[in-house]
Design a protein around this ligand. Structure first.
Ligand code: 4AD
Ligand code: MG
Length: 467
């Protein structure tokens, strides 16, 4: 094999950017971002995704195969060998004086990702190329870094990582937003008593993609005390908003022996940890977002690192909204869900930062949340943040068998199919709590990106699963 083609012999651009001394001979591989021809000298900006910055590769007509190399344009993949020297240009410490450049893969002048600033809408139509742009490079490096931070946070605290199943027969949230998975012939399914006979399907029961790993999380918390899940989650909600996706990633910790207050503390520490992790480890990309996506972003994150999150009950929130005199579009009434405009008012005008809203009306929340002593509210918590809205939803769980069974019956649920969930309350039940953090919404918060479609590699939304 050609030595210069070996993966191990190349140096990543990120290492060269932080070099402490010139180097006689390095091999760099990457994709051309821009080419500028001067008199007898050509400058190529080459990026390999290892960092935001591109390396300036400089060459003269003396370079081997000059005719061909000088024609390489934006998008082409190249391998360049030469000396790393101090750059006389402003804004960059090093450049590569190339002796030899090979074109690994050419790109024609119709390459769709030219230097000009493209709209995010356009870039979504070329999701196979957008990772090569500055913004999406930064977004997906951040996504990778924060994924690692999630594991660090929980592993440092002794939580067990649970792989909850993706295929499941339970609808944890009871919202009916499940994608069905079947091997039945949908043009001619078996029918019994006028309904599809799911007992003849692959799993012998109606099965779908998980909407949450919580119920399995409760099983494992009842054995390992502290656990977390982190994986893909699916919801067939037909809501075409900038913060809903049909496939998104959720982090769900579950703690035995924890009440709502301890649950909020974990959520606060966790969210702060992720913001601090980005500030400490992703400076270059954050500075980019601060400049091009949301001015003041880094200050906002630093504020999170330093401040404490506020808490108010749902009932207090309703009172505040009512007394605000704001002309809300949706009515503010006890028993109604908080709408985006209400969440925005509370976090942007009242607290100016993250806010826990706790103790929601039982009628608004899922069956598993613990009933409070007032008999009308449950020990729920949502963490709301400015601009993104709800980022975390969680609760203390109902650990009392009789109360839980009563709530399921009142909601018209089939207690039979969740027999194992009820068993947890029969044998060694204990108070426990947990929450789910929407990973994409967290990335939106940390990067300032405004649309969930732009923080997940291949967004799945109504009408779109192309790539
Ligand atoms: O509030 P949710 O529905 O809570 C649960 O699923 C619980 N079982 C979690 C738990 O207690 N273990 O969802 C949790 C979070 C939301 O706060 C939101 O950030 C995110 O998941 N989320 C979505 N993100 C993107 N697209 C969607 N369609 C989302 N639905 C929820
Ligand atoms: Mg929720």
């Amino acid at each position: 094999m050609d030595k210069d083609c070996a993966h191990s012999s190349r140096t990543r651009i990120i290492s060269l950017m932080s070099a402490s001394a010139p180097m006689d001979r390095v091999l760099v591989k990457g994709w051309i971002r821009t080419v500028r021809h001067g008199k007898d000298i050509t400058f190529m900006a080459v990026n390999d995704g290892s960092c935001l910055a591109s390396l300036q590769v400089v060459f003269t007509p003396d370079v081997a195969d000059y005719e061909r190399v000088s024609k390489a344009g934006t998008g082409a993949c190249i391998a360049a060998t030469g000396a790393l020297v101090e750059s006389p240009a402003r804004g960059q410490k090093w450049e590569l004086q190339a002796e030899n450049i090979k074109i690994v893969g050419d790109a024609g002048t119709d390459y769709p990702l030219q230097k000009k600033r493209h709209s995010f809408e356009y870039l979504r139509t070329i999701a196979h190329l957008r990772p090569r742009s500055n913004t999406f490079g930064a977004v997906f490096r951040m996504r990778s870094a924060l994924s690692f931070a999630i594991h660090s946070f929980f592993q440092e605290r002794g939580f067990l990582y649970l792989h909850s199943p993706i295929l499941t027969t339970n609808d944890c949230e009871g919202a009916g937003d499940i994608f069905t998975v079947t091997t039945l012939d949908i043009s001619d399914p078996p029918v019994k008593d006028g309904n599809i006979d799911w007992s003849r399907d692959f799993f012998g029961a109606k099965t779908g993609l998980t909407v949450s790993g919580q119920l399995e999380g409760e099983i494992f918390a009842s054995a390992f005390s502290d656990i977390y899940t982190f994986g893909p989650t699916f919801r067939a909600e037909d809501s075409n908003t900038r913060r809903h996706a049909a496939e998104f990633w959720m982090v769900e910790p579950e703690m035995a022996f924890a009440d709502l207050e301890e649950n909020c503390r974990l959520a606060e520490d966790f969210f702060r940890y992720l913001c601090c992790y980005a500030l400490d480890n992703c400076r270059e990309d954050l500075a980019f977002f601060d400049r091009w996506i949301e001015q003041g972003l880094m200050k906002r994150l630093e504020k999170i690192a330093a401040g404490r999150f506020e808490t108010m009950t749902y009932t207090e929130a309703i009172r505040l909204l009512r007394d605000s005199g704001e002309p809300f579009e949706f009515p503010v009434e006890w028993g109604h869900d908080l709408q985006t405009e209400h969440e925005r008012y509370l976090t942007e005008k009242v607290t100016g930062g993250p806010l826990f809203v706790v103790d929601y009306p039982a009628s608004l929340k899922a069956f598993y949340m613990r009933m409070n002593s007032d008999g009308r509210t449950v020990a729920a918590m949502d963490l709301l943040v400015p601009h993104v809205g709800e980022i975390i939803g969680g609760s203390q769980r109902e650990e009392r068998l009789d109360v839980l069974t009563g709530r399921m019956e009142a909601k018209g649920m089939d207690t039979e199919s969740l027999w194992w969930f009820l068993d947890l309350r029969r044998w060694g039940t204990c108070p426990h709590s947990g929450f789910g953090l929407g990973f994409e919404r967290t990335i939106m918060y940390v990067t300032g990106m405004k649309n969930i479609r732009d923080v997940i590699p291949f967004p799945r939304t109504p009408g779109n699963a192309v790539f």
